[in-house]
Design a protein around this ligand. Sequence first.
Ligand code: URA
Length: 196
Amino acid sequence: FDLPTQPSVATLDFSALRERVASCTACGLCEKRTQTVFGVGDEQADWMIIGEAPGENEDRLGEPFVGQAGKLLDNMLRAVMLNRTQNVYIANVIKCRPPGNRNPQPDEIARCEPYLKRQVALVRPKLILALGRFAAQALLKSDASISSLRGRVHQYEGVPVIVSYHPAYLLRSLPEKSKAWADLCLAQATFLKAAS
Ligand code: URA
């Protein structure tokens, strides 16, 4: 007899996708997580913000960017008149916390990728802001540095992508904040162009 097969991730709606992620055991991160961190915000947002992976606070609360880096992200969004519940959807490349906040491994990124791809397909943002090396490299299938990827418009699944520094990095490297500000300005200009 045939075993029941699960429908492909690429066919799921938002709530089915959220459930699929919540019960995911595709990589070893599932063993140590408190819970998965799916995403937050407006599911029809024009802007999608993509970070790296949940940290300790996110793992505990189930929402992306709720710690110190998240506060800086909220301030950055406010600077371009956005906030995390209106016209923005925030998700990570990896939905489970890597133990001790170590870097995500290539196989973990690969196993989680269909979820992010489906989130982008469902939200259909007009702009993606990729924060940090892991988000940028995963979306753009590149191993280039942030400094070489920022400052121009890339594409992911037909959506314009702007790359910037991760807010956790900006908290440690304040002089880079002016570059992040330039990235936000480029993101806004790109969005306005895409929306016009
Ligand atoms: N850093 C990230 O990349 N994502 C989060 O959700 C929190 C911190």
